[in-house]
Design a protein around this ligand. Structure first.
Ligand code: F6R
Length: 603
């Protein structure tokens, strides 16, 4: 969480940094700040609240400079406030720092510095970095940064400037993402590519403990022993437009609408000319006695969908574990286990820890990741990228959908290699999968109806989602989507579980969204619907096997026909749009829901 950016170059750093911060605001947005190397020292402006508060302040009190650093915060240590915002500057005003991560030993370091007479002004863990750097500085910022890094425990991506070195910006990272961008007008450091995309697509991805020393026209890299190292420059293919709203009121709506294209691109990348020749071909799948899928939030929900698909097609046991639980449970896994990590950002702290735990126990790791060069993508033994482009809205939509299609493609190939499906079934499944983007586009034509229906649902205090089998898996995602952006309480249940407790919550006019794509279980979900209707609930059926007429208590959204296993990719689009329009009708800040951040790089 938190986004950092730094710039040194030929232009005024302030508009460049402010623009970059807008692209990073999805990482945290409770306060923001900027420091530039001004004419008389550091000019630092920090404001609690959204970036607009900082913009307003800068408009009234402009600053400028050719080098600067900026930060948008998701508070961990110390409440959101002006003083706790970054950049932090040492007591002597000589070193300025922006930090993304958590310094676990900050209390010890702070006490040590306080004993030496240093006075702290904030409640943050990050201030200790600026104070320590000032304390250590003896004329060489690179030496100082190495010394500071050696003292820090925890995670950090840092941008550091020193008053005595007016042309040098230093970047270093451990367990938090950091990229370096090389443009014609200068050099950048940033938490993520969209922050610099307007200026360059030439990127270096920093590895843990590597240091980048940026001046206005060059970057040099060093290892922690201060030895120069060479790094490959990469060219990212994301377009500038992909990080803009493109006429939509919110990124979330834009990203929902992009899904047919994202599905097409991602499917094409794992299936060539109808041949499902994918990464599984590089792995001896016969060696596995089970698969464990681990991830967080929506990515975990994608894993729950995948469990049904893998078990059905491959006849291999699949466990799905929340990464935050998996990492501490002393999982029973070994070299006969395939551990699949799913992550849009590739930087989720719990998923990284789960991956490292799996590797340490000898399991084979395969990651499904959207952000190229991210930690999980780099560290997993095998990686498949979802080709979603940058996802800016905090609530994931297109990246989730891309994860699903990668999982389907892997499951089909896995099953074929295990000879659990015939070549003919493989061909049929591949062709059904390839048809999915068109079906998604067809579904989006119903957007007006979904919008109208959702606009009538803003008053609910609580909304339940039910389904059975794979429909239950996607109910989990529908419920998460709704609660995170609309702030309406919501739960998802396997339809058969209702009568074991939850039905007590059903009263007059409760809304229950029932997913109905599993033909063989349609009768069961229909009787669940009847049970709640007879207790006063209203039901919205979303599915492609519904055999019921709409009425006072029953509304229907019908999906295009598709192989049942892939139906979550269609039902989820309805659920995303439903949540989006409920939140839009409530006038909420959809792209940046309260208390959340997109990339959860802390535990
Ligand atoms: C919900 C959402 C989160 C993420 C979760 C994992 O809309 O976006 O639940 O799915 O934080 O993030 P990644 O996929 O980056 O590991």
């Amino acid at each position: 969480m938190c986004g950092i950016i730094g710039y040194v170059g030929t232009q005024d750093a302030v508009p460049i940094i402010m623009d970059g911060l807008k692209k990073l605001e999805y990482r945290g947005y409770d306060s923001a700040g900027i420091a530039v190397f001004g004419r008389h020292g550091f000019d630092v402006v920090k404001r609690k609240g959204r970036l607009t508060a900082l913009e307003e302040r800068l408009a009234g009190e402009p600053i400028d400079g050719h080098m600067g650093i900026g930060h948008t915060r998701w508070a961990t240590h110390g409440e959101p406030s002006d003083v706790n915002s970054h950049p932090h500057v040492g007591s002597g005003n000589r070193v300025a720092v922006v930090h993304n991560g958590i310094i676990e030993n900050y209390k010890q370091l702070k006490e040590r510095l306080e004993r030496k007479g240093v006075t702290f002004v904030s409640q943050t863990d990050s201030e200790v970095i600026a104070q320590l750097a000032e304390y250590y500085y003896t004329g060489d910022l690179l030496d100082t940064v190495i010394k500071v890094a050696n003292a820090l425990e925890g995670s950090y991506a840092l941008g550091i400037m020193c008053l005595d070195e007016p042309d040098t910006l230093i970047a270093i990272k451990k367990d938090s993402p950091l990229i370096i961008g090389v443009a014609g007008n200068g050099l950048f450091l940033a938490s993520d590519v969209p922050a610099v995309l307007k200026h360059t697509n030439k990127i270096y991805y920093l590895n843990d403990r590597e240091i980048a020393v940026l001046t206005k026209d060059q970057v040099e890299f060093f290892n922690p022993d201060k030895e120069p190292i060479q790094k490959p420059q990469e060219t990212v293919t994301w377009s500038v437009d992909s990080a803009e709203k493109g006429g939509y009121p919110h990124f979330m709506l834009k990203e929902i609408m992009e899904q047919p294209g994202v599905l097409r691109e991602t499917i094409q990348s794992v299936i060539h000319n109808g041949d499902n020749k994918n990464i599984i071909d590089n792995i001896d799948v016969t060696r596995f006695s089970k698969i464990v899928i681990t991830a967080c939030g929506s990515a975990y929900n994608a894993g729950v969908v995948a469990r049904y698909v893998f078990e059905k097609l491959c006849r291999i046991p699949v466990e799905v574990e929340l990464a935050s639980e998996f990492r501490y449970k002393d999982a029973i896994i070994d070299e006969k286990t395939l551990v699949i990590l799913i992550s849009q950002s590739g930087e989720t702290a719990d998923t990284i820890a789960a991956m490292r735990e799996a590797k340490s126990k000898g399991a084979v790791t395969l990651s499904i990741v959207n952000v190229v060069g991210s930690t999980i993508a780099k560290e997993a033994q095998h990686t498949v990228y979802t080709l979603s482009g940058p996802e800016i809205a905090v609530a994931t939509t297109k990246a989730f959908s891309a994860q699903l299609v990668v999982l389907y493609a892997l499951a089909i190939r896995f099953a074929a290699k295990l000879k659990k499906i015939t070549p003919q079934t493989e061909t049929e499944l591949v062709s059904a999968l390839v048809s999915l983007p068109d079906k998604a586009a067809e579904l989006l034509i119903q957007i007006n109806y979904i919008q109208k229906y959702a606009s009538e649902c803003v008053g609910y205090k609580s909304i339940f989602f039910i389904g059975r089998n794979i429909d239950y898996a996607i109910a989990l995602e529908g419920s998460l989507k709704l609660k995170e952006i609309s702030y309406i309480h919501s739960e998802a249940y396997a339809g058969g579980e209702l009568k074991h407790g939850t039905i007590a919550l059903i009263e007059e006019n409760t809304l229950v969204v029932a997913i109905a794509c599993c033909k063989s279980l349609y009768g069961k979900i229909q009787s669940n619907a009847e049970q709640v209707i007879s207790r006063g609930a209203k039901v919205l059926f979303v599915g492609n096997c519904i055999d019921a007429a709409p009425g006072d208590k029953l509304s229907l959204i019908t999906l295009p026909q598709i192989n049942e296993l892939f139906s979550p990719s269609l039902s989820v689009i309805v659920l995303q749009l439903f949540s989006y329009y409920v939140a839009a009708n409530k006038g909420l800040d959809i792209d940046k829901p309260r208390n959340l951040a997109k990339s959860v790089t802390v535990e």
